[in-house]
Design a protein around this ligand. Structure first.
Ligand code: ADP
Length: 385
């Protein structure tokens, strides 16, 4: 039985008994059907109503089934036509198929055969409809995405200018107050300055992500030792870890590991991972930054592991989506270096974009309550690079 409420069938057959028995059969199958006694009447019904399928006898007086089909297809080639013919005239059915009929049914008509042919035909119509829907929602998604990029670009641009003005005046105030020797004011200015720096770095990461897609990293690639880079990143971040009593150690490969990549960007990616490890680890925790030369695979593994809060298994894929955050965003405190501190869910999507633009991949392993390890895998530079 069919349950296709929105599929209507028009049956064209000149012999009244047969016509009525077809209509009964179609209704029995749960389909909506109307009948016409010849091609002309059939075409009129098609003018007045929408039908998805036409079943027509080929051998009819006045206008035969073939001509009827031609005219139907000329008006609307989306309508599927199934022709009905006797065994003796099967060549006509084949020629109808060549001209666009969906299939043919031979007389005497078997209930089972009609069911099979209609089933195939309805499936085709539904697949086409789903295709159209998918295409529409795809276009909508693309438009939304463009709108989002545009929004980020405009917001970014509009925020940058007033921020730069603020920064300029605060620097001026800072100089005046330092000269006056007013400690309290000095402290307030310091707080304003730090807040401004954090806001500006947020704007920068939004900007990076929206422009990264068009970013051609190959121009910026050069040869460097990954250990040097990791050593620098640890050095520049040590103070933040120290402040929160989190041990930060490095376990670097004993020999240099050379990669050919965009050094500035890779540095940014490692920094993001390290800052996340800091944010999502409680006081007295431990974070390790390590590098490993996996010679057999011609790859380098850069791992940032922590014994922090961890990530639930069902969220592991989502965290790389822009703006996605596992925790409730309202629980953010202000500073980026605090436990569960400020962020906008852009860090990991940036890391992924950067690493993939450098022919690498990012992998994460995590156990809630125990900790996480983020691994950046990059191809090693070739001998003659
Ligand atoms: P955010 O600015 O929120 O840190 P990210 O894109 O860097 O954004 O990370 C997305 C989300 O992934 C975070 O909000 C956090 O829920 C989770 N996450 C990232 N790194 C870690 C980590 N080391 N430990 C636990 N959760 C993490």
């Amino acid at each position: 039985m069919f349950h296709e409420k929105d599929i209507k069938i028009l049956l064209i057959e000149d012999e009244q008994d047969i016509r009525e028995s077809y209509v009964d059969m179609l209704k029995f199958l749960g389909l909506k059907a109307e009948a016409a006694e010849n091609g002309i009447e059939g075409l009129k019904k098609l003018e007045q109503n929408n039908f998805e399928i036409v079943m027509t006898d080929l051998n009819m007086p006045e206008m035969d089934g073939m001509e009827t089909m031609r005219r139907i297809k000329k008006k609307n080639k989306e309508i599927e036509v199934i022709v009905i013919t006797g065994f003796a005239t099967i060549e006509n059915a084949i020629s109808a198929m060549k001209q666009g009929a969906f299939d043919y049914i031979t007389k005497p008509v078997s209930f089972e055969h009609v069911k099979i042919v209609l089933n195939k035909c309805i499936q085709k119509i539904q697949a086409q409809r789903e295709n159209v829907e998918l295409r529409d929602s795809n276009t909508q998604l693309r438009e939304l995405n463009e709108l989002k990029d545009k929004f980020i670009t405009i917001t970014n641009h509009e925020l940058r200018t007033p921020m730069a003005v603020l920064r300029g005046y605060i620097d001026l105030l800072d100089m005046e107050i330092t000269e006056l020797g007013n400690d309290e004011m000095d402290e307030y200015i310091g707080i304003i300055n730090n807040t401004l720096t954090e806001m500006m770095s947020m704007i920068d990461s939004m900007h990076d992500l929206s422009s990264l897609k068009n970013f051609v990293t190959s121009n910026e690639k050069h040869l460097f030792d990954i250990n040097d880079l990791l050593h620098d990143v640890v050095k520049e971040n040590k103070i933040f870890f120290h402040k929160r009593r989190i041990r930060l150690s490095q376990e670097l490969n004993s020999k240099p590991i050379y990669v050919r990549a965009d050094e500035k960007m890779i540095r940014k990616a490692v920094r993001e991972l390290l800052q996340n490890a800091l944010k999502y680890t409680k006081e007295d925790g431990e974070v390790i930054l390590s590098s490993k030369d996996v010679d057999s695979r011609q790859q380098v593994f850069i791992t940032v592991s922590d014994n922090g809060i961890g990530i639930p298994a069902d969220k592991l894929e989502l965290i790389f989506e822009p703006f996605y955050e596992v925790q409730d965003v309202l629980h953010h405190s202000t500073s980026k270096t605090d436990f569960m501190g400020g962020g906008i869910g852009m860090g990991l999507s940036l890391v992924k974009e950067i690493v993939e633009a450098n022919e690498g991949e990012v992998v994460v392993e995590s156990v809630p309550g125990k900790g996480s390890a983020f691994i950046i895998i990059l191809p090693k530079a070739k001998e003659n690079d």
